[in-house]
Design a protein around this ligand. Sequence first.
Ligand code: NAP
Length: 287
Amino acid sequence: MEISGHTRLGGLLGSPVAHSISPAMQNAAFQMLGLDFVYLCFDTGKADLSTIVEALREMNTYGFNVTMPDKQQIMPYLDEITDAARLIGAVNTVKNEDGRLIGYNTDGLGFTRSLKDCGYDLGCGEMTLLGAGGAASSIAVQSAMDGVPALHILNRRSGKSYPNAERLAAAISRETPCRAEVLDLDDPAALCSCLSRSSLLVNATNVGMEPQADATPLKDLAGLHSDLFVYDCIYHPKKTRLLKEAEERGCRTGSGLYMLLYQGAEAFTIWTGQKMPVDEIRRLCFS
Ligand code: NAP
């Protein structure tokens, strides 16, 4: 990669960020398309976020990604926020249009695009979503906008995300054609009833992630019927216990690994107006 006097800067804000796969993905894609852009990681740590955002606005950056803990905090410093990001309540991508900062959320788009890749059509049936944190919020909103007719959001009633589940369901039912409801993940009868009406089950909790890869968010497998498509947002491990148990029951499954790829591909398009060469990036960064 050659840095010239014209090279434009962008990158990732958040803390920690050093482990992120985004620099490898984005810089490889810029090089493949001959774009004079570079992507770096900026650990925001205890720094004042508004000062950092103002500097990036003034320095003619093309934009940047935002990760935890800055996805909500950044919103007041932006000039415009898309409807999806507003409903989700978080921004993960910012475009700098001549000093005007526009906030997007591409996590949900990453999910819907990776699901489409698996051959699953969101309009074909109801969806049960486990969890109501950051990933679940973007998946719920984008799925509702992209045609899921009914959405059952399950979170532990005692958990800190339960109020967000209620906020999400109310916003989705009010602002999209989808009917959304909230139920207690710890209620086995409620879970079983939702699964019997659903054709898609999505895990957006942390349960099953390394180093607790032997855990599963489904304590009771009774509701796992073979017509369910089961998707797990977790990408470490690539195949979670939930996905293995679903496959044993004849379900089709999808892994969160490509949600990660496609959220980056959507951000790339927002910044450059071009398509990321996803097949090459998949081979280079995800195999
Ligand atoms: P988050 O905001 O902290 O939300 C975590 C969710 O999991 C909350 O709903 C939480 O409920 C629930 N939860 C945690 N421990 C639980 C337990 N023991 N039993 C039941 N529910 C539990 O995290 P996030 O950012 O949404 O991430 C969630 C998962 O998605 C992570 O595994 C992450 O790696 C993955 N993810 C994947 C992608 C991708 O591109 N593939 C992108 C983002 C995230 P309470 O808060 O109510 O306890």
